[in-house]
Design a protein around this ligand. Structure first.
Ligand SMILES: [Zn+2]
Length: 242
């Protein structure tokens, strides 16, 4: 059976920055969340993930849709940050979207919203080009307003960026019934089949506050990278099993 293919589309890019306010730039936040989501999906699920852009380049809306169509993606998720005087979280699907797409919105929307302390603007429909031109179920998420003081404060908090990523991860996992990544798939060919029970867990503290405990090295490194510029003190503690 072929793996589920998920195309993540970080909104804007290159000469199109998207919304800009409060020192925040939509194209940058969208790319950060998209990359984090890719890492999270690949860490937890046996899926294929692509980004329409993995750097700061300009792509037309048609190109984004074509990349997903040519690849034969099973799901298209476009990630944006809102602006224009509102506040909160909302999602969009195309007005003519079928049941499969509506089901994804019905599951994904509340999963993301539940991760955020903000207003729920609702599950909406709009004739956006990426939603219209993609041949697979497609959804567009608008994650807080960067021109709203309180939302902007949240968007500057790495915990909130992590929460947005988690919401997308859990939502997609449920909506697309993603299979869990099989642990130690390579060890089946080894003669020494003793399972690796010694994988250590690391507790990560940023400026004295615990951010999380990680067994997956990728997750740990991703978290450290996110805090690297702002943190004064980063502590890593190896948790010994009792
Ligand atoms: Zn946008």
């Amino acid at each position: 059976m072929s793996k589920t293919k998920i195309m993540i589309d970080p909104g804007h890019g290159g000469r199109d920055p998207g919304a800009v306010a409060n020192g925040l730039v939509e194209k940058e936040l969208a790319l950060t969340i998209a990359r984090n989501l890719r890492t999270a999906l690949l860490n937890h699920h046996d899926v294929e993930v692509r980004l329409t852009r993995d750097r700061d380049i300009f792509l037309t809306l048609e190109e984004r849709a074509r990349l997903a169509n040519t690849w034969g993606a099973d799901c298209f998720v476009s990630i944006h940050i809102n602006a224009g005087g509102g506040t909160g979280f909302e999602t969009f699907i195309h007005p003519n979207a079928g049941k499969a797409t509506q089901d994804i919105q019905n599951i994904l929307h509340p999963q993301i919203k539940n991760q955020l302390a903000c207003m729920d603007r609702g599950q909406k429909k709009a004739n956006f080009a990426v939603l219209r031109l993609t041949k697979m179920p497609a959804i567009l998420t608008e994650n807080l307003f960067l021109d709203h003081t309180q939302d902007a404060k949240q968007l500057k908090d790495t915990n909130v960026i992590h929460a947005i990523t988690q919401g997308h991860l859990i939502g997609l996992q449920k909506a697309l019934h993603l299979p869990a990544l099989k642990p130690n798939t390579t060890s089946t060919t080894e003669t020494n089949t003793k399972p690796n029970t010694e994988t250590p867990t690391y507790r990560l503290r940023i400026d004295g506050k615990q951010v999380g405990a990680y067994q997956q090295q990728d997750n740990l490194i991703e978290q450290i990278q996110q805090h690297l510029h702002a943190a004064k003190k980063i502590e890593l503690e190896r948790i010994l099993k009792g």
